[in-house]
Write a protein that binds this ligand. Sequence first.
Ligand code: GDP
Ligand code: MN
Length: 381
Amino acid sequence: MNIHEYQAKQVFLKHGIPVPPGGEVAGTAAEAEAIAAKIGGPVVVKAQVHSGGRGKAGGVKLAKTAAEAKEKAEAILQLHIQGLPVRKVLVAPALDIAHEYYLGIVLDRQMGLPAIMISREGGVEIEEVARTKPEALHKLHFDPARGLRPYEARQLAAKAEPDGKVAGKIARVIEKLAKTYASVDASLAEINPLIQTPDGDILALDAKINLDDNALYRHPDLEAMRDPDTETDSERVARDMGLTFIKLDGSIGCVVNGAGLAMATMDLVKHFGGDPANFLDIGGSSNPDKVVTAIRIITEDPNVKAILFNIFGGITRCDDVARGLVEGVKQTGVKLPIVIRLVGTNEKEGREILASASGLHPAETMDDAVKKVVELAGAGA
Ligand code: GDP
Ligand code: MN
């Protein structure tokens, strides 16, 4: 799950990372004007969307007066940045910048450890720095259980800042960012730019945190930061029903029980020349309502030409899935071909229920089912 900049700054503040004070969030231009008036001086108006590169896209603007802040907010609230509508802006006092650094922690999946990165060349896209000037990006892996040692933070800071006093402040931010990263179960925590003010203070001018979805149950305060505006209707409906759903670009809708089987099914669809339209795990103990919801979500996608049900009945009972299927077909009036591979607990009862419905194509093995659905999707395209 991603959170917005203003939320990430709240998390930073709680963990002792200095952020610019006095910022507030507005949903309308009038609210932005009121916040700017309260601040009194020049402000920066920043789009709150789950996307980087807001500055380049016109989503970060300085304003000298409250009236100007209103104008800028009005324009920013009409933007789409990387396809995402801007629904909120952060209005904060504008700061003078003496220098912009990059500081970030990402999970290095190959090493199985977080990597902390710092550069004196901040405020620009760090991928660009990594490509064109890799020697300007300094990297260190650390063990989150052991934590980052203070001397490691000092060594990193010294690589980005020659002034010892300022580097000391940066080192403390590095240590705190490493602690924040581990304690919120982040997969990414990034400050770009980390700035030095003309007075030599160090502040996080921007803030980005991605959270590990599988650890969110441990962080109800962070879960509460979820912004429903950033989810598609399908994703929201799926989550409310306890389904794991990820939309993809192919033409074959997949309904599977168990994440491992879902992955294997998608691999097999690819293997036989098809493209999955989604990942959808209806979970262990499935009830007919979940199957109905699954069919609804999948048939909302106009790219879908055929649907594959791949169910291995263990705790999930095949007759439950079959009943849900028949009910789902009835309720949604779906006309797409549906291929079903149903084996395991109560498989015979399940088959009997399916035999009574029309438009369903049973298959005995996984290979047969996938071949058939790929063929049917192709024929319908
Ligand atoms: P991003 O483009 O989505 O990464 O948004 P940022 O928050 O990083 O803002 C982009 C750029 O806007 C920063 O690198 C700064 O150069 C500039 N900026 C943002 N806030 C301020 C501010 O308060 N004062 C000044 N002078 N520049 C700012
Ligand atoms: Mn930034």
